[in-house]
Design a protein around this ligand. Sequence first.
Ligand code: BDP
Length: 683
Amino acid sequence: SAADRGWLRYEPRDSLQGLPVWSRIFVSEWSDTVEAAVRELRYGIREMSGQSPDIVVGGESLAQGAFIRCATVRESLPNELHSDLPLQDLNEEGYLLKHVADKENGGCLYIVGRTDKGILYGAFHLLRLLQMEVPAERIDLVENPRNPLRMMNHWDNMDGSIERGYAGRSIFFKDQRLIEDDGRIRDYARLMASIGINGISINNVNVHEAETRLITAEYLPQVARVAGIFSAHGIRLFLSINYASPMQLGGLATADPLDSGVRQWWKEKAEEIYRYIPDFGGFVVKADSEHRPGPFTYNRTHADGSNMLAEALAPYGGVVIWRCFVYNCMQDWRDRATDRARAAYDHFKPLDGQFRDNVILQIKNGPMDFQVREAVSPLLGAMPQTNQMLEFQITQEYTGQQKHLCYLVPQWKDVLDFDTYARGEGSTIQRVASGELYDYKHCGITAVINVGDDENWTGHTLAQANLYGYGRLAWNPDLSEAEITEEWIKQTFGTHAAVVEQLTTMLAESWRIYENYTSPLGVGWMVNPGHHYGPNVDGYEYSVWGTYHFADCHGMGVNRTVKDGTGYTGQYFAENAERYESLDSCPDELLLFFHHVPYTHRLHSGKTVIQHIYDSHFEGADGVEALIERWRLLEGLVDPKRHEAVMGRLRHQAEHSKEWRDIINTYFYRKSGIGDELKRMIY
Ligand code: BDP
């Protein structure tokens, strides 16, 4: 298909020319997943080395000569593989990659998985190393994914639109149907498999009337076709469902989770779905949130609601992924005592231990909503007896909508490494999500994806780095930002030193640059209501959504302390609660998230809040100019098409960042009456 190849680019590599190891690929057992692996290997190797390997399938003894061998641990393998490497430690998705030298024949590269999925992941890993020009004879490694579930959530609607989508239309849906041409979906499945994604929900969490019918005989055959493509790539398909389906589809008078007719309806529905899709992953559910139906209507709890669905899916191994984004979006703004940040914890923490073991609570990384900077959700790690998974947002709803460059890997690393202290020091978010802290039955990481049918998938070509980086972190949250960035650049733009150097710096600085020219010190929400693009300081200040900065002529920020604020800080374990409660220890970057302070309050940096606002906004806008300068250096080293496209976006970002800077700075000058020490503004 015509789509951009993303990081599966496979440009010719001098280092691979003429090596005999690429002449044959040997596999003993065939399956859809092995086929996907072998096809990718052959394609990648052919593109990079110019040689097209033969594929040898079957049990015949290995002929002489160099080759790649794909195998599972069940097969008899040479001693070299058993001696020093822990083959028995491979988990269901793990693999070993090892080059075994052989003087006469030029050696052999083994890709050994416990299952076919391991072979698939191993094949992609090998191709990644070859793209990065790692010499084949040095390859010797074992990998197991840290997170059992590594998911993507699409917010795609059946009319082809995408809620918070910034890269074109849906790759799955068009005109209330599933798209028939599979080309794009296959390429997408390859991209996802290459970063280890193993679960994808294809429709929006806000399930409208059309999508409600995805679980009916009218659409299930079409959904099953997509699920089949996913399956071959190690991916289980999930659907977002409408909690009121028994009423809308089944004609029942209620959707009460304790009603026996409702329970029966879902059981039959699950049975029907699994008839079409035997490895169906399960349901993603947004209930009682932003006007979606849910168990509250019947005075039932979210445990009642999710358990009822879980019971229906249990016989087939399905799970219910229940979102915790539950808050009052119709707040009375005269009574601001209810703090939206508190909502998820207040709703769910008391229910710990009441959920079935195939329910997973899906929790956004922050308690508000994917702002450029917010505190880590205190609900994560607070429920030892309930499966949890972490939700990130790759689609840049609040971080520049893929028109601005904003590399989110540094933000996600901060979240994953955050210590909750739930069971003493070292109780990090990554250990909550991976199930290492509490031994969850199901858990992992999910994210709202940023792709659409734009030729380059993500609108901004450099936003592909967020897609890639997310997958790599879901596989191994201990990978460093530097490692991930280097992998992505070398695969996507080649190994030229200047390209690697400039792009690494651009990506590394971009989040801080974006933060600098947008809302200051963690307060968030200074965006235009509705579409959330561009500055609007008071856009949400006098509305029902619970998203306030409380700026007046004296100061600003949200007092979330226990002492005299909303009490939110009390939701953290002691170490964090104390750190955030006190002005002395609260980190600058979250100051206004936790405290209301005068503009003259001095930060740990030594600056006053008001001077920080001015300085950071000038720095942010200047930072975009610096990004442009770096990108200009790569002219001629990056193909003209991608170079121009990215340059176009950077230019827009430069203009738009000045608008942000001037609106925010002017607003706070007018509110505070305090001038800029460096007199950069005309008042
Ligand atoms: C917010 C989005 C909204 C989503 C909602 C959610 O603005 O479009 O439906 O989150 O996560 O970020 O359910």
